[in-house]
Design a protein. Structure first.
Length: 312
């Protein structure tokens, strides 16, 4: 009981408790843990009334259990109520929450990978300065377009590198190219190193794209209506980094596979720090497919998306 009093009431560290009691630090830790296990210590979190609506612990725990997530974060802000689904400002609340999660989990030697889109722009905007550091920030998918379309890639790279004091690794290629061109580009030393850095990144953050004309891929002329029809016929409901999948999470072996210049979905699936940032009705099915496919270990979404996912 004395160890618990010193630790919880006097605010001492376990090392200081150990010194005060004349025991080793591991012993002090065991004494504190034993006090909690025996019910001698009770910890309560009293949330201010104005913040209670923003705390969604019930939904978060349910999402973690239902989809096998390491952590889920649900925010009260509605993406759809905030504006258009392709506008990064609509994801401001979700982006701030994802930035907070990222800061808590990223480590100094980590590489952070990202796919471009309004979700990751919002995360970059929400990153505080000096709260965390990492080694590198790298693109997971190509972004060069034949038209003057702003993917937000340069902003995410620059902002994350500045806020996390990291180096940048660019992937200076289009998202799609002819299959023979893709083979040639993958053999380039600079491009292959960038792809490898992305494939082995310790943390990855990404949004999902729906299979519709209201997506960044369509808006940026990366795909057209004919390709959308083909993808729909193949059962595609969403994409990450230009790679499409069905509602059950299985990948679509369609005409874009061999043309994609991006990290394969298997590498995102293998990443222990993969963060799906999403929200908005238009992206619900894409989010569900990504979760069924095991692409995300961590999820940040708005409350409407969380409730829809739990109803499935």
């Amino acid at each position: 009981m004395r160890a618990a009093t010193l630790y919880y009431l006097d605010g001492m560290t376990q090392a200081e408790v150990a010194t005060r009691l004349g025991v080793s630090r591991p012993t002090a830790g065991r004494l504190v843990a034993r006090a909690r296990a025996q019910g001698l210590v009770r910890i309560e979190v009293q949330a201010p009334a104005h913040l209670r609506d923003a705390l969604r612990s019930d939904e978060e725990r349910a999402l973690e259990e239902k989809y096998g997530l390491v952590e889920a974060v649900v925010v009260a802000d509605s993406v759809d109520a905030a504006g258009a689904i392709d506008d990064h400002n609509s994801f401001a609340g979700v982006g701030r929450a994802a930035a907070s999660l990222l800061v808590r989990r990223i480590r100094e030697g980590d590489t952070l990978g990202f796919t471009w889109g309004p979700e990751t722009v919002a995360v970059a905007q929400g990153l505080p300065s000096g709260a965390a550091t990492c080694a590198s920030v790298v693109q997971l998918d190509g972004s060069v377009s034949a038209i003057n379309y702003q993917t937000g890639t340069e902003y995410v790279l620059g902002r994350c590198a500045e806020q996390l004091q990291a180096n940048t690794v660019r992937l200076p290629v289009p998202l799609y190219a002819d299959a023979s061109t893709v083979v040639s580009m993958r053999g380039d030393s600079v491009i292959s190193k960038a792809l490898e850095a992305g494939r082995t990144a310790e943390m990855m953050m990404f949004g999902t794209g729906a299979v519709s004309t209201s997506t960044t891929l369509f808006e940026g002329s990366f795909i057209d209506t004919d390709m959308l029809s083909v993808l729909t016929d193949l059962g595609a409901v969403g994409e990450v980094g230009g790679r499409f999948y069905r509602l059950d999470g299985t990948e679509v072996a369609g005409p874009l596979d061999e043309r994609a210049m991006s990290v394969p979905l298997d590498d995102i699936r293998a990443c222990d720090g993969s963060i799906l940032v999403t929200g908005g009705v238009a992206k619900h099915q894409a989010a569900l497919g990504a979760l069924h496919g095991g692409l995300a270990k961590l999820l940040v979404c708005d409350i409407e998306c969380a409730r829809w996912l739990l109803d499935q």
